[in-house]
Write a protein that binds this ligand. Structure first.
Ligand code: PEP
Ligand code: MN
Length: 337
C-alpha cells in the first residue's frame, strides 16, 4: 500500500504513520518528495488494511500498489525519478552517464591506459571485470583480487568511480572494498542469494537484464535488492536472446521506454553486449540516448584484436572518443546533461 501524506503533514504525523505500519509487523519505506511524503507499507495487506490509515492525522489517501514489484515501481515515488550519487557523479534524472572500460581487467598497462582513454572521453565511471562469468570453463576467468587492485589504482589515477562485477554472495565484502558500484551480470540476474547479499551492501548496484528475462522479471530482481535494504539500483538493458544471428543479442531498446514508465530507477543501455560488434555500437549508443536511456555501458580496449574477452565488440580509444562526442550531441538535443 502507498500512504500519501498531505502537503501540510508534519514530521510527527509521518513518524506516527510509520510506527503504526511497523506495529503490525509490516515495513515502512518513506519517500520524501519536494511536495509530499509518500510512505510505502509492505507486508500483510489485511493487517495494514485494518490500521485504517485513511483517517490518520496528516494522511491524504491510501492507494494500493498494483504492480508485483513495489519499491521498484514508478508509483511508489509518485513520478519522481531516482538520481544516484556515485563518488560525486550523478546518474539519473537529467544526468546522463557514460560508463566505459574493458570487458576484463587483463594487466596493469591495459587497465591504466584504458582508464585514461575513458577519462579523456568525459566518462562518468570506469568499468572492468575482475571476476568474469565465461561460457567456457577454459576461458580466462579474470584476475580476481589483483584485478580489483588495478581498478582501485585506475580510480586513483583518473578520479573516476569504478564498477565491477560480483559473482557470488561470498565475494560481496571483498568486491565492495574496492569498487564504487557492484555489477550483477546477466547470468546472475535471478541469483536470489546474490541479489539479497547486494541488497545488504552499502554500494549501489548495477543490475543487468538476464539473457531471456522479461522486464517484469528484471524489476522483480531489482525488488529483491531494494527489499533487502539497498535503495540504490541501476537497471541495464544488454540485449536478449532471439532467433536473430546477425548480432550477438537483440538489443531491446523498447525496454528503455517501458522501464522508464514502470519504474523510477535509472536505466542504462549496453550496446556492446547488445550487438556483439564494435561496428554497430555507435549507432545503438546514439539510439539508446534518443530513446531516453540514463546512460551507456560501453566496452573499450586499447587493442581490441588482442583482448582476452569480447574484443570484437570493443571500441578502440578513437572509436570511444568519437562515440562519446556523438552521444553528447544527442543527449543535449533531448535535454540531458
Ligand atoms: C560484462 O559486462 O562484461 C558482462 C559479462 O555482461 P553481461 O552480464 O551482460 O553478459
Ligand atoms: Mn564483456
Amino acid at each position: 500500500m502507498l500512504i500519501v501524506m498531505k502537503q501540510t503533514a508534519t514530521e510527527d504525523e509521518v513518524a506516527a504513520v510509520i510506527d503504526r505500519i511497523e506495529s503490525v509487523g509490516a515495513r515502512a519505506h518513506p519517500s520524501r518528495g519536494e511536495e509530499v511524503t509518500v510512505i510505502g507499507a509492505f507486508g500483510d495487506r489485511e493487517h495494514i488494511g485494518r490500521l485504517e490509515l485513511e483517517g490518520a492525522p496528516g494522511v491524504e489517501r491510501v492507494v494500493p500498489i498494483l504492480k508485483p514489484y513495489k519499491l521498484a515501481s514508478a508509483q511508489v515515488r509518485q513520478g519522481q525519478r531516482t538520481v544516484l550519487d556515485i563518488g560525486g557523479r550523478r546518474i539519473g534524472g537529467e544526468h546522463f552517464a557514460l560508463i566505459a572500460g574493458p570487458c576484463t581487467v587483463e594487466s596493469r598497462d591495459q587497465t591504466l591506459t584504458t582508464a585514461q582513454v575513458v577519462a579523456a572521453a568525459g566518462a562518468t565511471m570506469f568499468r572492468g571485470g575482475a571476476y568474469k562469468p565465461r561460457t567456457s570453463p577454459y576461458a580466462f576467468q579474470g584476475l580476481g583480487e589483483e584485478g580489483l587492485r588495478l581498478l582501485a589504482r585506475a580510480r586513483e589515477e583518473t578520479g573516476l568511480p569504478v564498477v565491477t562485477e560480483v559473482m557470488t554472495p561470498e565475494a560481496v565484502p571483498l568486491v565492495e572494498r574496492y569498487a564504487d558500484c557492484l555489477q550483477i551480470g546477466a547470468r546472475n540476474m535471478q541469483n536470489f542469494n546474490l541479489l539479497q547479499a547486494c541488497g545488504k551492501s552499502a554500494k549501489p548496484i548495477l543490475l543487468k537484464r538476464g539473457l531471456s528475462s522479461t522486464l517484469e522479471e528484471l524489476l522483480m530482481a531489482a525488488e529483491y535488492i531494494l527489499a533487502s535494504g539497498n535503495r540504490r539500483v541501476i537497471l541495464c538493458e544488454r540485449g536478449i536472446r532471439t532467433f536473430e544471428r546477425a548480432t550477438r543479442n537483440t538489443l531491446d531498446l523498447s525496454a528503455v521506454a517501458v522501464l522508464k514508465q514502470w519504474s523510477h530507477l535509472p536505466v542504462l543501455v549496453d550496446p556492446s553486449h547488445g550487438t556483439g560488434h564494435a561496428a554497430f555500437v555507435p549507432a545503438m549508443a546514439r539510439a539508446a540516448v534518443a530513446a531516453g536511456a540514463d546512460g551507456l555501458l560501453i566496452e573499450v580496449h586499447p587493442h581490441p584484436e588482442r583482448a582476452l574477452s569480447d574484443g570484437p565488440q570493443s571500441l578502440t580509444p578513437a572509436g570511444l572518443a568519437q562515440t562519446a562526442a556523438e552521444v553528447a550531441a544527442v543527449a543535449r538535443a533531448v535535454g540531458r546533461r
